[in-house]
Design a protein around this ligand. Structure first.
Ligand SMILES: [Zn+2]
Ligand SMILES: [Zn+2]
Length: 176
């Protein structure tokens, strides 16, 4: 998905964190390895039990923000998330592409992830509105997403869920 016009690709990390199966230790490790592009080079991917639990709370908080149904509730959750962040941005091209990192290069793993997701999510909400966050309408899927469509018409987390639902609706019509 193209998050390029949505303030920051960091929101992608927030969405992935909200949707991740974070069962320790494997789920946590898998998530961190899949997203190590957001960490300053050399950051250890080992998370203490305590920090893994905090990561789980952050994941649930992002989900709560995406599910919230009023601007007030979104802002409350967002500000709780931002309260956990320790922003100290810097620009880098460590992977060949210019981009921002949001936490100090020597911040702990948890601090880097928490800060990045808080900044990414709040930029999208502030620039494009809280309605841009949603939860998938497909049966059996509760993944959250950021709606990057031009007319904010998105209802599914992915093309897979969208076409699955189209097929299901078609079959239901056939049956009727
Ligand atoms: Zn980077
Ligand atoms: Zn879905």
């Amino acid at each position: 998905m193209d998050y390029g016009t949505y303030g920051s690709r960091a929101v992608e990390l927030a969405i992935d964190l909200a949707n991740a199966e974070l069962d320790p230790p494997d789920g946590v490790r898998e998530f961190l390895h899949a997203h190590d592009e957001w960490l300053s080079p050399g950051t250890s991917l080992e998370l203490s039990e305590r920090d893994a639990a905090a990561l789980g709370r952050t994941s649930r908080l992002i989900r709560a923000v995406a599910l919230a149904e009023s601007q007030d509730d979104v802002l409350r959750g967002l500000n709780e998330l931002l309260g956990l962040a320790r922003p100290r941005p810097y620009a880098t091209d460590h992977d060949g592409e210019l981009h921002l990192h949001y936490a100090r290069a020597d911040a702990s793993l948890l601090e880097q992830v928490t800060t990045t997701v808080a900044m990414g999510l709040s930029q999208v909400v502030v620039q494009h509105g809280w309605q841009r966050l949603g939860v998938c309408s497909a049966e059996g899927c509760d993944d959250v997403y950021v709606d990057t469509s031009r007319n904010a018409s998105r209802r599914y987390c992915s093309n897979t869920c969208a076409s699955r639902s189209t097929v299901a609706a078609y079959r239901a019509r056939q049956k009727a």
